[in-house]
Design a protein around this ligand. Sequence first.
Ligand SMILES: NC(=O)c1ccc[n+]([C@@H]2O[C@H](COP(=O)([O-])OP(=O)(O)OC[C@H]3O[C@@H](n4cnc5c(N)ncnc54)[C@H](OP(=O)(O)O)[C@@H]3O)[C@@H](O)[C@H]2O)c1
Length: 329
Amino acid sequence: MRAILCPHYGSADVLELREVPAPVPGPRDVLVRVVATTVTSGDWRVRSGKFPEGFGWIAKLAVGWSGPRQPILGTELSGVVESVGAKVTRFAVGDAVIGFPGAAMGAHAELRVFPEDGLLVPKPANLTFGDAAAILFGGTTALDVFRRAKLKAGERVLINGAAGGVGSAAVQLAKQLGAHVTAVCSTANVAFVEALGADRVIDYRTHDFATDPDRYDLVVDIAGTAPYARSKTVLTPTGRLALVLATLWDNLGALWVGLTTKHRVIAGPVDVRREDLERLAELAVEGSYAPVVEQRFAFERIADAHRVVDTGHKRGAVVVTLGARASER
Ligand SMILES: NC(=O)c1ccc[n+]([C@@H]2O[C@H](COP(=O)([O-])OP(=O)(O)OC[C@H]3O[C@@H](n4cnc5c(N)ncnc54)[C@H](OP(=O)(O)O)[C@@H]3O)[C@@H](O)[C@H]2O)c1
């Protein structure tokens, strides 16, 4: 099969399109032919080797010292079941699916194997393969954050970094949960974030939310610019701060905040469950959660997709398509 390989850390120029052996499914596995995938901030991190401050050596021990141990990147995909193992009952050949390899990656290839009880669910029938590939990375992160932060209807949430892959999902899903949403983004994205459903939008280029009189039950920092030291003034007395992007020191400080104040800081890697994929697919069918796709690239041009992600200012997702079926439902 063809796959995009990242043999060592570096710019988008390190990526190589190569022929590699196809994965062989076991008796309880499902082999998926990929129709569309995305390049996410997760792919950018693993390709570039740029990890949050303080995490460099820890991340490289986990991911690979001089380059990723898993050289095929790609955290999410849509596709069609190509074959199933003898003991598989949940899926059949020809099923349209969406899958989330997440940190295990491997979606930037023509074929990807999933255990049948893994992070693989039917594709929402109303979405094209191209759009369906874009609902999982941001969506699973946002669902996990809101679960851990116990976000309830009627609460006030501030989302810092609202225009990107995680932020555009978080705005929609917080609204769906019944929260009042204040979104923080740059001038160019104000109208875009309003259209996602935010009740109020703050342009960080002209206004500092931390100097506002408004208070929030939950602040979600996706941009990495609202650590506890900055956010504490806008939290309600028992408010929570969820750090999607944070330094090692801010992660360690989370424990201290919990011990010494009535606030709570939630940090650490995202825990993704199969039920989250099912929920996102369900919400997409209902129309209360929509994919946000900034640009689309053919598989052979994946390096250009990485270059868009490298800017750190993408809107929603950047989709990569493998063949004509990407525009089919
Ligand atoms: N903890 C975890 O397990 C986990 C999971 C997923 C993602 N992450 C991390 O979360 C971060 C964001 O991911 P993503 O996929 O959303 O990235 P993304 O799609 O590249 O979006 C980043 C967004 O940040 C915004 N931004 C940049 N500077 C900002 C600032 N000073 N204030 C407010 N917003 C700002 C940009 O919007 P503007 O153009 O409007 O500035 C952009 O839309 C990444 O670093 C990723 O590694 C962590």
